[in-house]
Each structure stands twice: as C-alpha cells, then as structure tokens.
Write a protein that binds this ligand. Structure first.
Ligand SMILES: [Zn+2]
Ligand SMILES: [Zn+2]
Ligand SMILES: [Zn+2]
Length: 337
C-alpha cells in the first residue's frame, strides 16, 4: 500500500492497480519505476503522436465485454493484440491471432486487414489493458485516414487480468493468461489446456525460457518429452521456413553440414525480395557470414574434428542442464542470483 501511494504521487495521476496473489519470492528482481515517453513501442513515424486519451477505442468493463461477445457474431472481429506465444497458451473463444512476435508488428496487421475490419464491430483485448490503448488508437487513426469514423472499436478495460477476476470460471476465455514475470501465467478456474507442443501437437501450455526461436528468441511451446530428444533449437511460426537452416549455435556442425546450411541460406536469401523483407535479408546475410567464417575455421585444419559440444540454452547460453528455464525476458534472475 505504501508503494501504491508513492507511485501514485510520483506520476500525479489515477492508476488502475491490478493485484494478484503470489508466493513471497521476489517476482521482479530488476524492478524499477520510471517515466518514459512511449510505452508499448510501435516504432511509428506518425506526423502527430497518438493520443490515447482521445483516440483509443471505447473501454468496456469485463461484464460489458462479455455480453458484447454474445452479439452479432458474424459481424464481430475479436482480436488478440498480444504475441502469438501468449495467444498460444490461452485466448478468448474465436479470437483472431495477428501472428505477432512483438508489438511493433501491429501496424502490419492493420494494413493487411483494414478492409475486412471496416464496418464490423472490432473488439480488442490484451493482458492488462495497456497494449490495447495504443493498438486501438492506431487502428482508429488508420480508419479515419479512410474517412471511416463509424466502425466501432472496443477494448477490454483491465485486460484478461480483470476479466478473469470478474469471471473466475474463465467465461469465454480458454486456458491461461500469460504474464511476463515469474508467475508466468494466471489460470482461470476451468484451466483447460489450449496450448499444443509445436513438435508433437500434444496438449502443453508451459513456456520454458530455454525453448525459444533460434532466430528471434520468441518463446516456442515445446513439451518436456520432445525437448529431451531435441538439439535444443526451435523456430517460431514467423521463422518456420528457416527450420533446419538457421541455427544459433554453429559449433556442433561438421564442415559438410555447414556447407549444406550455407547453400540453403543462400537460396532462402534469394527468395526474400521487397522492402518488407529487408530485416529478414539482413538476418540471413549475417548468419551466412557466420557459417562461412566457421567453415573457413574448420577447413583451415586448425579446427579439425571438433569435440561434440554440449547443448546450451539459446536464451542464457549456459549449459542447458544448468539453465533454470526462467532465463527469458522478465523471468530472468538478477545477476546476483
Ligand atoms: Zn512434444
Ligand atoms: Zn522467430
Ligand atoms: Zn537458459
């Protein structure tokens, strides 16, 4: 409570606090409070900065959101504005996953889908209601660019967090609410498992900090059984075509294997054309250079027949057997630990 009072006076504005029970372990070891110019970065080049106070969608309470979900289902576009790895472990019935690995991809989704959204009832939700503020303001501005100020855009106030408080049995929400601290997830009463292992498709909804995309480090759902027999490298949906081609750790491959990877990377690179693919071309080029450098090292004679290296964690780079699994993002232990 003392903390809430202090933060309240620091920011000099009303704060919508969300509380959730936890054990006495320190959930936020790197916790700091600061004023920032932009929360939820979209990396936008807007001539006028988005003003969430005047441009965000209409905020609905959990009860209002719940009853809105029962109306005109044909005309409803219910969109999950979180990342795919969050959607994967739990989401509202019938929600659209925009396929994002980070928030900055929202503008791309809006651009590709705005014609379908026009004239429908658009409903957005996220973890705690923060991302929706920006996402709805951005969407409404793009609709306005098209002369459309009548498409209703709603957002769930307080996010899934508040909804699960109001509907402890889960209501229309299935599975778990992924959170970025060491609680890892909040479950509804029904607690059905909606996640699937990306390797074997069996029900699985526990993320592990060491099971991440080799390319972008987004969390990938992989069950313990599959992970036990894996090389430890995975690929998110966005980078699925780089499976078996792009690896983070190169020291476990022979010269022959690296030769094949270099060829595959080159043909991958040739397919990625257009301005949108610029980042991806850079990523592929960088990896190709690393593969070629490693090849040169091996064929030099100096690095002949390397000892097979032990499996390491992609996120923390420690030997995998020593990785606590909480090394990813905000789960990370503080350096002192
Ligand atoms: Zn599996
Ligand atoms: Zn990825
Ligand atoms: Zn790790």
């Amino acid at each position: 409570m003392a903390y809430e009072v202090a933060v309240q006076s620091f920011f000099d504005s009303q704060i919508d606090w969300k509380r959730s029970p936890a054990s006495d372990q320190n959930l936020f070891p790197d916790f700091v409070v600061k004023k920032v110019s932009e929360l939820v970065g979209f990396g936008l080049q807007e001539p006028e900065p988005l003003d969430v106070h005047t441009e965000a969608g209409t905020r609905l309470s959990p009860q209002e959101f719940h009853s809105q979900l029962h109306q005109n289902s044909e005309e409803l576009r219910l969109i999950d504005v979180r990342n795919t790895f969050e959607y994967d472990v739990g989401h509202f019935d019938g929600a659209i996953d925009p396929g994002m690995t980070h928030t900055a991809q929202w503008p791309r989704f809006v651009k590709d889908n705005i014609q379908d959204l026009r004239g429908r009832t658009v409903m957005l939700y996220c973890t705690g209601g923060i991302r929706c503020e920006k996402a709805s303001a951005y969407l409404r501005r793009r609709l306005k660019d098209l002369g459309d100020s009548s498409t209703p855009v709603f957002q769930l106030e307080g996010g899934i967090h508040r909804y699960l408080e109001a509907f402890p049995d889960g209501g229309h929400f299935q599975g778990a609410n992924f959170v970025f601290d060491k609680r890892a997830q909040m479950r509804s009463g029904s607690a059905s498992v909606v996640g699937r292992c990306s390797e074997c498709s069996s029900p699985w909804d526990t993320h592990h900090g060491g099971r991440v995309c080799a390319v972008c480090r987004a969390l990938v759902l992989v069950c313990d059984a599959c992970d036990a027999t894996s090389s430890g490298e995975y690929w998110c949906p966005e980078h699925s075509e780089m499976k078996g081609i792009y690896h983070h750790f190169l020291d476990r491959f022979s010269a022959e294997e690296l030769q094949l990877q270099a060829g595959a990377l080159q043909s991958c690179l040739a397919k990625e054309v257009g301005t949108r693919k610029k980042n991806r071309r850079n990523t592929l080029r960088k990896k190709l250079m690393q593969v070629e450098a490693r090849l040169a090292f091996l064929t030099d004679g100096a690095g002949a027949s390397p000892a097979p290296p032990i499996r390491r964690c992609r996120a923390c780079e420690r030997p995998y057997s020593e990785c606590p699994g909480s090394c990813w993002g905000f789960w990370r232990h503080s350096a002192a630990e």
